[in-house]
Design a protein around this ligand. Structure first.
Ligand SMILES: Cc1cc2nc3c(=O)[nH]c(=O)nc-3n(C[C@H](O)[C@H](O)[C@H](O)COP(=O)(O)OP(=O)(O)OC[C@H]3O[C@@H](n4cnc5c(N)ncnc54)[C@H](O)[C@@H]3O)c2cc1C
Length: 399
């Protein structure tokens, strides 16, 4: 693989750094460091700045408002954003449904939905999973029955991240009960304000509200909100999942976390006053994770080089997802170990970024336990790691 950076790549990196130093609000970057979730208004302003610069849709083609960047430029951009603690923009519009709409949607749908996704004015959520239909997604039972120009949708979705904040949901629905499971599914875009939609919170193990159940009772959805052909939703759903998994790997974010952990290790002391950074036990663990991450980074770069040569990532995104999430979980475990008893207090206001007094312990300790707890989900969402191993066995190894 050829991963030499050109002079243009170096100049591009400098430009990205300049933009970040001028535009990224310090307050937003600091929140990311302590792990607090960003407030919607601040995130929206950050997205607007990126949008004005034309940098919001890194992976989209230029004709739809994307950057048109080379795979290497995208890689550099993601690295610099993560290194600067820039908050990740919500992936549901930009990385998931946006590409489905510009690839399989009609002109009307592109006109209606792409501008709001780019500007950040319209937030999306993902309605795939149902009780009993997670790994076995094709067994989903939410039904859409056609009545004239509308579908009448009935059923339930679960684990719907940020449905309580979303304006629209993209849903997999069953439109043919008689066909094979994969062949009777359609892909619908549904306005969350439509009567008959009820969102119920699920409070996760970190004590916060990210997840929901979404119930549909006789929800009337125009047929024009269907993407592509009836019963072909599975094709669009799989296309979307490849993008989702590649994003979950989070190599640059893990690199930042390693650097952050090294900083913590220089500040934290053992009982005898020795700096944690001089403790071989913990530093060996950190180095082992770093070695694994370097391996993953080169796998990622190999995929980037393949893309430059016109060979798309496809099922190799499953490898990135497995190793990337294993690294994230190992890092969050080490962070708990590093801050020791400061991992104990549950400081909800600080986690939500709404506290008005100083935290117990150092600011970097506030979110380590919630990140550790919620991080267990990384090997489950986007398709569990066991399922990714099945994908690799079939599609990569041909077993
Ligand atoms: C934090 C979080 C956020 C999520 N956000 C969303 C969202 O926004 N939208 C959405 O639609 N979904 C979302 N999900 C749902 C997620 O995609 C599913 O949880 C996931 O696909 C697993 O499905 P399941 O929970 O039904 O588990 P199950 O499918 O019941 O699996 C249970 C266990 O069995 C294993 N298993 C199942 N089948 C096999 C097999 N064939 N071979 C080997 N092992 C197997 C699994 O790996 C897992 O360990 C989210 C989940 C979490 C935890």
């Amino acid at each position: 693989m050829d991963i030499e950076l050109t002079k243009e790549d170096d100049a591009f990196r400098a430009e990205v750094r300049r933009f970040i130093s001028e535009k990224l609000p310090r307050e937003l970057a600091e929140r990311e460091t302590v792990g607090a979730s960003g407030e919607r208004g601040a995130l929206r302003r950050w997205q607007k700045d990126l949008h004005e610069k034309g940098w919001v849709a890194v992976n989209w083609p230029r004709q739809y408002g994307g950057t048109g960047w080379t795979p290497m430029q995208k890689h550099i951009f993601n690295e610099e954003m993560a290194a600067a603690n820039a908050p990740r923009l919500s992936p549901f519009g930009l990385s998931m449904v946006g590409p489905v709409i510009y690839t399989f949607g009609n002109e009307e749908q592109k006109k209606q939905h792409l501008p709001g996704i780019l500007s950040g004015d319209v937030w999306w959520c993902q309605g795939y999973s149902e009780p009993g239909s997670g790994s076995d997604l094709a067994s989903l039972r939410t039904r859409a029955v056609r009545q004239g120009d509308h579908y009448i949708v009935n059923g339930q979705k679960i684990w719907t991240s940020y449905a309580h904040e979303a304006d629209w949901i993209f849903c997999l629905v069953r439109t043919d009960e008689t066909a094979k499971p994969q062949e009777g599914i359609s892909f619908l875009l549904i306005d969350m304000k439509t009567p008959g939609i009820e969102v119920k919170p699920i409070i996760s193990i970190d004590g916060l509200h990210h997840l929901n159940e979404v119930f549909f009772t006789d929800v009337k959805v125009p047929v024009t909100n269907r993407i592509g052909d009836k019963n072909k939703g599975w094709t669009y759903a799989k296309f979307l999942l490849v993008n989702e998994r590649t994003g979950i790997a989070g190599v640059p974010e893990s690199k930042r976390k390693i650097a952050h952990l090294r900083k913590i290790a220089r500040q934290e002391r053992l009982g005898d006053g020795t700096a944690l950074a001089d403790d071989p036990a913990i530093m060996t663990k950190l180095s082992e994770i770093e070695v694994k991450l370097t391996g993953l980074e080169y796998t990622n770069l190999r995929i980037v080089a393949d893309e430059v040569a016109g060979r798309p990532a496809g099922p190799s995104s499953s490898t990135l997802k497995i190793v990337g999430t294993e690294i994230q979980q190992a890092l969050s475990e080490l962070a708990v170990e590093a801050v020791a008893f400061y991992a104990m207090p549950f400081q909800r206001e600080h986690l939500m970024g709404i506290a008005n007094e100083a935290p117990v312990g150092p600011a970097y300790a506030v979110s380590v336990t919630s990140a550790y707890n919620f991080g267990r989900a990384a090997s489950i969402y986007g398709g569990s790691n066991e399922i990714q191993r099945n994908v690799i066995a079939k599609a990569v190894l041909g077993l």
